[in-house]
Design a protein around this ligand. Structure first.
Ligand SMILES: Cc1cc2nc3c(=O)[nH]c(=O)nc-3n(C[C@H](O)[C@H](O)[C@H](O)COP(=O)(O)OP(=O)(O)OC[C@H]3O[C@@H](n4cnc5c(N)ncnc54)[C@H](O)[C@@H]3O)c2cc1C
Length: 496
């Protein structure tokens, strides 16, 4: 895939600047071109290529956790199996870029390191660093659309364990997987049991001498075939791809809603179902309670998909061990656990998560004064109190991320067109005096969703208020009805 791109020059001004060429940024560019055709825009991306998460992660087996009918865009049918490899996602995105002639708008190797909003000139000036040449430059824009994801790509999160420095093997984080890592015939220990561990372990199991999943506490896994009967039937009936895509999205979203509601109203039923599925693969004698019965309720963290039960099959066939214990210390040859057990390994994979970040780690100011992003209150999980002309994409945590990225794209395009109709150039979400003292809550309340990266990074995130429009529900089933009819003249949007 070519990543050759042309775009604005160092001094150029664009109407809209999109930051990040992942699934959100490319979707934003598509929407902008489609619904605001008169707007000039550019898309700035740190990496040498598009894809974001799917370009960054190259570990064995890298694949989606969501189905691609809903992780893909509403406007571009997905025709492959529901769960896709990173390569398949990149091919899909490449087609979106080519079919819509978006490449000419993308500037690769461009990192936004900072930005200042000028009230006088009513524009953002962004400080940009080129990752290939080291050159710095500035670009100005009327509206800033942050699609920079939610975690720092350059480095994953690895806890500090005692004795790590004396370990003689190799420690690898999945986010920065060494291209030449040779694990054939090696003993591998994977620390963690989230979606990444569940992907890597079956993908490596056949080549390693042995692989062990070491977890502090269990995760919910959902084994499912990587095919869908309805999708197969629609294909057999030669239903047009666009229709099949829409039908599959509706079906998957309805099924997801049932699981959400059931998880909230009858969590024990969902738990029984998930554990029964694991037992089906592992047999009655396997200690499911120790290794696969989590301490949290389903959907307060993502449920990790296990396509075709591959992780469980690896365990059943004796290629994969699961150990549930805490690390006491690293040793020269592996780790010693609090139980006293020693696990020896040539390679230790720390599938221990991300470092949450905000606004792509760029430092923002307004008229020279620092923006305290974490003190701002979110306007519908898209814009922020007191920050003019800026939207940021934070997708769904339980439904596919892209479902929200698409809704936000529609909203931003509607807002930009509305501003043109009003003849204004500035829109700032502004808290009314009556709401100044409203109770503030975390952007993602821990009782609703609480994986480690969110708990560690909560202080970076904006707040949400007590009522609309100052809330971020992260609920597709509410937002799909609310977003298209947001009243753009509501008093909380201050236009200048
Ligand atoms: C391994 C893995 C699997 C996942 N699987 C799923 C899944 O199946 N379903 C799901 O819904 N979610 C999944 N997620 C969450 C996933 O990250 C999002 O769904 C989605 O890919 C995010 O897309 P994005 O474009 O918003 O952000 P990203 O994919 O993170 O892309 C952001 C882009 O912005 C660029 N960027 C960041 N800062 C700057 C800056 N300052 N200047 C210029 N460029 C910048 C980055 O280089 C990157 O290319 C997964 C996450 C991981 C890590």
């Amino acid at each position: 895939m070519s990543t050759e791109a042309t775009g604005p020059t160092a001094t150029e001004h664009v109407d809209v600047l999109i930051v990040g060429a992942g699934i959100s940024g490319v979707g934003a560019a598509y929407h902008l071109q489609q619904f605001c055709p008169a707007k000039s825009f550019a898309l700035l991306e740190t990496k040498e290529t598009f894809g974001g998460t799917w370009a960054q992660h190259t570990y064995p087996g890298i694949r989606s956790d969501s189905d691609l009918y809903t992780f893909g865009y509403g406007f571009k049918p997905w025709t492959g199996p529901p769960i896709a490899t990173a390569d398949e996602i990149l091919t899909y995105m490449n087609e979106v870029i080519d079919e819509n002639d978006l490449r000419r708008h993308i500037r690769f190797h461009h990192t936004i390191v900072g930005g200042d909003w000028s009230s006088a000139s009513q524009r953002w000036t962004l400080d940009v660093q080129r990752t290939d040449t080291g050159e710095t430059l500035q670009i100005t824009c009327g509206f800033l659309w942050m699609c920079a994801g939610y975690y720092r790509h350059s480095e994953g999160y690895t806890p500090e364990w005692p004795g790590m420095d004396r370990y003689e093997g190799q420690i690898v984080h999945p986010q920065t997987w060494p291209e030449d890592l040779d694990y054939s015939g090696k003993r591998v220990l994977v620390i963690g049991s989230g979606a990444t561990a569940a992907t890597i372990i079956p993908a490596m199991a056949d080549e390693c001498e042995h692989i062990t999943m070491l977890q502090r506490s269990p995760t919910y896994f959902y084994p499912r075939p990587n095919s869908d009967e309805l999708a197969e039937t629609l294909r057999e009936l030669q239903i047009p791809d666009e229709w099949s895509h829409e039908i599959m999205r509706r079906k998957i979203l309805r099924d997801g809603q049932i699981i959400h509601e059931l998880s909230a109203s009858h969590p024990e039923m969902v738990i029984d179902e998930l554990l029964a599925a694991a037992r089906g693969y592992l047999g009655e004698d396997f200690d499911i309670d120790t290794h696969f019965r989590p301490r949290y309720l389903p959907w307060t963290q993502r449920i990790a998909v296990v396509p075709d039960g591959d992780l469980f099959i690896g365990i059943r066939e004796g290629k994969v061990d699961v150990v549930t214990d805490h690390i006491d210390t690293f040793t020269e040859h592996g780790v010693r656990l609090q139980s006293g057990t020693e696990l020896e390994a040539d390679i230790i994979v720390t599938a221990t998560g991300f470092n949450l970040n905000a606004l792509g780690d760029a430092t923002m100011t307004i008229d020279g004064s620092p923006v305290d992003y974490a003190a701002s209150v979110t306007y519908r999980g898209v814009m922020f109190s007191g920050i003019p002309n800026m939207a940021s994409v934070f997708g769904y945590l339980r439904t596919s991320w892209t479902m929200r990225a698409d809704l936000i794209s529609d909203f931003v395009c509607r807002l930009l067109n509305h501003m043109d109709e009003l003849g204004v150039s500035v829109c700032t979400p502004t808290i009314a005096d009556a709401d100044r003292d409203m109770e503030l809550r975390p952007f993602i309340p821990p009782e609703e969703f609480n994986p480690g990266y969110m708990i560690r990074g909560r202080a970076l995130m904006p707040k949400q208020g007590a009522h609309a429009p100052w809330v971020a529900t992260n609920d597709y089933y509410l937002e799909r009805d609310e977003f298209p009819v947001i009243d753009l003249d509501e008093p909380e949007l201050d236009y200048r």
